[in-house]
Design a binder for this molecule. Structure first.
Ligand code: IVH
Length: 563
């Protein structure tokens, strides 16, 4: 019997895997997935046991041995937008009519793609080498999760040509790997993920890349965002395929909207046969010049739309009511219902939006209701009928459920509000908004810390964050000196934010992210914003650079680019 020679076996396995992988990408797979996985596992074990034998060009994508501490934030070269939606074939035809109007009745051809239910990523290559992978984040900046991206076995690390590219795609978890992951979590008594999308989103942002690799994430790319662009999107996809990127094989070029409709109808019926989850079809105008003519709205490209499959519905029964108090005191009724499965998740809460809606539906505890998931995370009640035992009617609360203060409805408004500006629930929401990513982006201050600090009366206003002393933090549960310093550093660092972020953070009614950025660009410094003296009095710790009168050439005093 010949002696086992690990070095020889490593070389053999590396060569075989390299060849199988190449064949796979060229569309003529020579081996079953399981067999491939077995070879890969064998090589993994050998590389683990004999690290000195690892080849420079090992086919295993190695990941950092040490978990990361956090992910750096990276700004996207161009914003990662979302898509407009249509919910029926009639709406799809209307969408096409709208495009033709803008394009003087130009004949349009389309590319239809499956809308993979995962997480959007931007992937950057320089001179043909993978440089970075960034999550969508808030659309203008996301987390750089490059080590985790490298665990995706289908993603080429090095292209055959030395190109500079930005590719966008969707990272997802197949149904099979999702159920395996949940089985493992059951065994270790960890909470199971509700659906593959949540599992993929959670996995991509894990700090330990070795665990990410175990979860076996997958990827489809769907857009060449930057690089040697061809005249048609379909040609760009072909280029991506030639460069060995995983492009979804079901993608189809359609000569007209009737073919698009046929594609949508087919997949609405057959979506459950796919090994991964999809939540609709993406239809894109094929001609890039026409795409450029059509351009974008503030949120999405005009040249593409998502055709959503008709919403799933579920039946349940209202058991009780919860009232949320927002940062401006708005009371939002939420029905607590018997848990039911809807679009792959168990839901037990349904938003009722406002008390006008409650009146309109004439809801009582015990009512039978039909729930539907719209674009929102919390499903809504679309229909109701009286249950066998008529329970208490649901009415607007006579006082705030948190601070018991008076509630009122302003003339012409549907919302009921808590009238107490010092209501702890309002304060909590104002603080959460203030530290949130699109506002002051203080990620070390989360809900638990805010709760502890407000209970101890250390925070009565967002400006109090800037008055915190290390001793205020060190005395809190599970807070050592190092963590306390991190919190204070992040708060200090937030003073470098853009002026628009600060205005947004103040939570002025009707001033959202966009209006705040318009105000910042117009005025350049708070000095020039009407009412600034009032703001200065209220927020005496506002970063000084926002308050000085404008002098040219100084940081923070000139209008800053706002996305
Ligand atoms: S195109 C500017 N194509 O859907 C156009 N998106 O609701 C960008 N998605 O954020 C999107 N499959 O995460 C496009 N074939 C596909 C897609 C797809 C899934 C996701 C993507 C995007 C979201 C928009």
């Amino acid at each position: 019997m010949t002696e086992f020679q690990p070095k020889k076996r490593v070389i053999d396995l590396s060569g075989q895997l390299q060849r199988f992988r190449q064949a796979y990408y060229c569309g003529n797979s020579q081996i079953e997935d399981e067999e491939y996985d077995q070879l890969k596992e064998e090589l993994q074990k050998l590389e683990f046991e004999f690290p000195e034998l690892i080849l420079d060009d090992s086919p295993l994508i190695r990941v950092q041995a040490k978990p990361q501490e956090s992910f750096p934030t990276r700004t996207h070269r161009s914003p990662m937008l979302s898509l407009g939606n249509v919910y029926s074939m009639e709406e799809l035809r209307d969408w096409e009519r709208g495009l033709q109007k803008l394009l003087n009745d130009e004949k349009l051809e389309y590319v239809c793609e499956l809308k993979i239910d995962g997480l959007a990523l931007s992937i950057l290559y320089e001179k043909g080498e993978l440089q970075a992978g960034v999550t969508r984040g808030d659309g203008s900046q996301g987390d750089e999760i490059t080590p985790n991206l490298k665990t995706l076995s289908k993603l080429p690390l090095k292209l055959k040509s030395p190109l500079d590219l930005e590719v966008r795609g969707e990272v997802y978890l197949s149904k099979k790997h999702f159920s395996e992951l949940n089985q493992r979590r059951q065994l270790t008594q960890e909470p199971e993920f509700k659906n593959p999308r949540n599992a993929a989103a959670g996995s991509v942002r894990m700090l330990d890349s070795n665990e990410v690799r175990r979860r076996k994430l997958d990827l489809f790319v769907y857009l060449l965002a930057d690089g040697p662009l061809k005249p048609k999107h379909s040609e760009n996809l072909q280029l991506l395929k030639d460069l060995q990127f995983p492009v979804n094989p079901e993608t189809k070029t359609c000569k007209n909207i009737d073919e698009v409709i046929e594609f949508c109808r087919y997949w609405e019926l057959h979506k459950d046969e796919l090994p991964y989850e999809i939540d609709g079809i993406v239809v894109k105008v094929d001609d890039i010049q026409l795409q450029q003519k059509l351009g974008f709205t503030a949120k999405s490209p005009r040249w593409a739309t998502a055709v959503k499959f008709s919403a799933e519905q579920a039946f349940s029964i209202i058991r009780s009511l919860e009232t949320g108090v927002g940062r401006s005191g708005v009371l939002t009724p939420v029905a607590l219902v018997d848990p039911v499965k809807l679009n792959g998740t168990i839901v037990s809460r349904a938003t009722l939006h406002n008390y006008d809606q409650v009146d309109r539906l004439n809801l009582h505890l015990g009512d039978r209701v039909i729930l539907e998931k719209g674009g929102e995370i919390i499903p809504k009640i679309v229909k109701s009928e009286r249950g066998p035992e008529k329970g208490w009617p649901i009415r607007y609360p006579e006082s705030c459920p948190v601070c018991d203060s008076e509630v009122s409805q302003l003339p012409g408004e549907v919302d009921w509000r808590c009238t107490n500006i010092d209501c702890p629930a309002q304060l909590n929401e104002r603080l959460l908004h203030f530290v949130s990513r699109k506002a002051m982006n203080i990620d070390t201050v989360g809900p638990a810390l805010i709760e502890q600090l407000t209970l101890k009366k250390k925070l009565r206003h967002p400006a109090d964050l800037y008055r915190l002393h290390i001793s205020d933090l060190e005395e809190l549960e599970r807070m050592g000196t190092k963590s306390a310093e991190n919190v204070l550093n992040a708060i200090e660092h937030s003073k470098d934010c853009k002026l628009g972020q600060l205005i947004h953070a103040l939570g002025i009614p009707h001033v959202g992210e966009k209006t705040a950025s318009v105000l910042a660009n117009k005025h350049g410094s708070l000095w020039k914003v009407p009412g600034f003296l009032f703001l200065k009095a209220k927020c005496s710790s506002l970063p000084e650079r926002f308050l000085r009168p404008e002098k040219s050439g100084k940081k923070g005093l000139k209008p800053q680019a706002q996305k």
